[in-house]
Design a protein around this ligand. Structure first.
Ligand code: MGD
Ligand code: MGD
Ligand code: SF4
Ligand code: MO
Length: 756
């Protein structure tokens, strides 16, 4: 009998953007329990229910642990060697016959929560060199990134609410208490918002739903979905009209103020109030309060991004922060100084519209094409049609618009490979699946989210469990894929050589860059200091050491991966600090307040909408859910049905729908049947269904999810309805018709439970 070996591991949770510290207890390779790490300087012991679920995720019997090949409808486990052989055959055949653009790639959300994806996907994408690159970003935050690209010269220079010091916080189309914050990394949003109110600050929420965040706010106002640009412009109008906009510390660093003033003239509160469903005095009061607060932060997220004016909204939010003097000051919105990964050099050109999609001619955005056009690129014949498909950590069949069309497109492909941990609605279509290790089998560092954090933080997590010798890490799989798509058959050292080449390339670039602290140093010496590490750890060590807190390969006390390993609870690098002008990477070195591409779209705001709208559909999130992929964990799925249609009782009465009835919801792309939950917490004229459900499809292996299948709301979203600037899909504000379902049954032939 072996004695039980109990261990405690500290690491950050990689499931959402909050980066909470975990204390994970294991005995002989099994997780016994997980709690919040009280010594984590950022999260101080806070944890949400998903943090605990990492245990079930790790031990989930449905999880894919070995490479698999599909023959017809049957799956067979195979060796990596066999799987890679099949992948090379499948991809090369398409590339040779149709060219590189015939391989489409979709990258899902968990890649941003994974060092492997962040550091090694670029190598694969470069090797593949296809224009057909897509990701979850164009059903998400791209409008924010694009606005930042144009205004500050870098898509990751996103101003973050200084939530711990602000005195007035305006939250538009975001629900941080449930989402745990997005493009605003900080654990325990409820606690942080309470602290704001405890120090006399005010929280104001603008949302068509009285969300959990709205419920704790000092004020909440309903807004008609899709009308935020009018609201934001009328705030600006009031600021200028009542001379509340200030000459600020930024005045010498800003271009384009006059243009913005001119544009705002057309949007007085009296004119726009009825469009938004707000009253004009409320708009004026908000403008005055932002201006008179000692410091204020205006913040918008999903609700403002995934709508018809997503980029205009994101831009206007920043413009308000600038003209009220709240950009780059304590308690306003600020730029982080990340320990690793911040950009260092000036813009060569905007990463926008350098090429267009083949069918709808949508502009490229930050190196990718809008995922809304993925299906048409698959199903429209002609040169450049997508014939092979690679998905990495994505479930586009549930998460992107007009899912039915995409499903049809995927079915007609010549070849598909997925890197994933589940056989789900998307990966069931693949010919080969390569298994991704669970979060506990890999190391972790939040390279992206520490660039979007409310404090400067650095925290490295080693793997909790060693993976089996025979198992590949995800970065190894990605490196291998990068070598497989080339003309020549790769030798067995090709992946290691490519890894070495990429770090050499990084170093070479930095020692030649006069803005880098490594300028003029000897690259050979640097590479020898990094010896002993490979893969993501070598890359991360390099990034930390060459970053703003790094040892720069010469100082005694700077940051390095060694130092982080000696501090398992993470290191707090302090509150955000002003960074203008040094952070600005625009051609002019200034904040560009009126970027031409965005300003052009304002004309569209003045057009009358011709769409006949009965009701509009929006989404929502639940604390126990994470997009589509955590519905297989019993600990998160207990309790009532959460995939319901929320309706206001007034609408219920009008449509003869009562709580628990089944409604038919129809849009211009499809229709579905779903249980109704009546609540006064939603604005009349608006319905809400959460995304990420619809686990009823054949051929998946997600036993628990299938029992809680719900409906796929993206059957209702139209891939042609987009934010005109960025091509981001409209997922909020979809015109729908709601009626009582004839059968009283849902589309899958059984009556849903009457409770919500
Ligand atoms: N628990 C949980 N947490 C998550 C996730 C999850 O699935 N579950 N997903 C993660 C991901 S990937 C992301 S991107 C973030 C998103 O983080 P958030 O943006 O904070 O989360 P959402 O719940 O989508 O909030 C969007 C809000 O916008 C509102 N809204 C809809 N339409 C409009 C509109 O037209 N105008 C305005 N003003 N409001 C509107 C909705 O009612 C909703 O309350 O959450 C992350 N965290
Ligand atoms: N209608 C509507 N649609 C939406 C949204 C909405 O609010 N409304 N939200 C959108 C948003 S914000 C987002 S981010 C997207 C999400 O869209 P996606 O990223 O396409 O979908 P996810 O549900 O996050 O699926 C993640 C996939 O990654 C796999 N996975 C998990 N961890 C790993 C890993 O470490 N490695 C690998 N290789 N695979 C892994 C999971 O099994 C799953 O297949 O959905 C979008 N779709
Ligand atoms: S809030 Fe996010 S990071 Fe924190 S435990 Fe929950 S899922 Fe993990
Ligand atoms: Mo997202």
């Amino acid at each position: 009998m072996t004695t039980a070996e109990e261990k405690i591991h500290y690491r950050t949770c990689p499931l959402c953007e909050a980066t909470c510290g975990l204390e994970i207890h294991t005995v002989n390779g099994e997780v016994t329990h997980i709690e919040g790490d009280k010594k984590d300087p950022f999260s101080k012991g806070y944890l949400c229910p998903k943090g605990f679920s990492l245990k079930e995720l790790h031990h989930d019997p449905d999880r894919i642990r070995e490479p698999m090949i599909r023959k017809g409808t049957e799956w067979f486990t195979v060796s990596y060697e066999e799987a890679f052989k099949e992948v090379r055959k499948g991809l090369r055949r398409v590339i040779e016959k149709y060219g590189r653009d015939a391989v489409g790639v979709y990258l899902g959300n968990p890649n941003v929560h994974n060092l492997s994806g962040l550091l090694y996907l670029p190598l694969f994408l470069r090797a593949l060199s296809s224009r057909n690159q897509y990701s979850a970003s164009t059903v998400d935050q791209i409008p924010k990134q694009l606005a930042a690209e144009f205004m500050y010269g870098s898509d990751f220079s996103i101003p973050i609410p200084d939530i711990d010091r602000t005195q007035y916080f305006l939250v538009i189309g975001a629900n941080p208490i449930v989402s745990n914050g997005s493009l605003m990394t900080g654990p325990n949003m409820r606690g942080r918002l309470k602290a704001l109110q405890d120090r006399g600050g005010r929280l104001v929420v603008i949302d068509p739903i009285r969300t959990d965040t709205a419920k704790v706010a000092d004020d909440h106002h309903f807004i008609k979905p899709g009308t935020d640009s009018y609201f934001l412009f009328s705030i600006l109008h009031t600021l200028f009209d009542e001379k509340l906009a200030k000459e600020t510390h930024l005045s010498g660093h800003v271009n384009g103020l006059e243009t913005v003033k001119e544009l705002a003239k057309d949007f007085p509160p009296d004119k726009v109030a009825s469009i938004c469903g707000l009253d004009s005095e409320t708009i004026r009061t908000i403008a005055r309060d932002i201006s008179s607060a000692t410091c204020a932060a205006v913040y918008g997220r999903m609700g403002t991004c995934t709508q018809t004016f997503g980029t205009v909204n994101s831009w206007l939010i920043d413009v308000i922060n600038v003209v009220t003097g709240n950009l780059d000051r304590e308690g306003g919105v600020m730029f982080t100084t990340p320990a690793a990964g911040g950009k260092k050099s000036k813009k060569k050109g905007y990463r926008f519209d350098r090429f267009r999609s083949r069918v709808s001619e949508l502009p490229e955005v930050l190196g990718e094409l809008p995922v809304a056009c993925l299906a048409e690129e698959m199903d429209t014949p002609g040169e450049g049609q997508i014939r092979a498909f690679v998905t990495v950590a994505g479930n586009p069949i549930l998460s992107t618009p007009n899912s039915k069309r995409l499903q049809n497109g995927v079915e007609n492909l010549d070849f598909m490979v997925s890197i994933d941990c589940y056989l789900n609605e998307t990966t069931r279509n693949a010919n080969v699946i390569l298994p991704a290790p669970t979060p506990l089998e890999r190391s972790h560092y939040d390279l992206s989210f520490y660039q979007l954090s409310v404090r400067n933080i650095s925290h490295y997590s080693p793997p909790v469990f060693e993976k089996k010798k025979s198992q590949l890490d995800e970065w190894e799989i990605l490196l291998k894929l990068a070598t497989l798509v080339g003309e020549e058959e790769p030798d067995e050292n090709a992946a290691a050589k490519l890894d070495a080449k990429s770090i050499h390339y990084l170093i070479k670039k930095d020692v030649q860059n006069e803005h880098s602290p490594l300028f003029d140093q000897d690259p050979k010496e640097i590479i020898s200091i990094l010896e002993g590490r490979i893969g993501p750890e070598r890359m991360l060590d390099y990034m930390l050491r060459s970053g703003p807190y790094g040892d720069h390969f010469k100082k005694q006390d700077g940051l390095s991966l060694n130092k982080l390993e000696q501090n398992p609870h993470g290191i707090d690098l302090g509150a955000l600090k002003p960074r203008i002008p040094e952070v600005l990477l625009t051609h002019t070195g200034k904040v560009e307040l009126a970027p031409e591409v965005i300003v052009k779209d304002v004309a569209r705001l003045k057009e009358e909408s011709s769409e006949q709208v009965d009701m509009v559909l929006i989404g929502r999130r639940n604390l126990r859910s994470n997009n589509s992929w955590m519905h297989n964990l019993p600990v998160l799925m207990k309790g009532k049905d959460r995939c319901t249609l929320l309706l206001h009782p007034e609408d219920g009465k009008r449509l003869d729908l009562q709580d628990g009835d089944v409604a038919q919801v129809q849009s211009d792309t499809g229709s579905l049947e779903v249980n109704v939950a009546l609540t006064e917490d939603i604005m009349p004229g608006v319905g809400s269904i959460p995304h990420g459900y619809g686990h009823n499809l054949d051929g998946t292996k997600m036993t628990v999810a299938k029992e809680n299948k719900g409906v796929n709301t993206n059957i209702l979203s139209n891939e042609k309805r987009l934010d005109a600037v960025s091509g981001t899909a409209v997922l909020n504000g979809i015109p729908i018709i709601v009626r009582k379902a004839k059968s009283g049954r849902n589309e899958h032939g059984f009556v849903r439970s009457k409770s919500i």
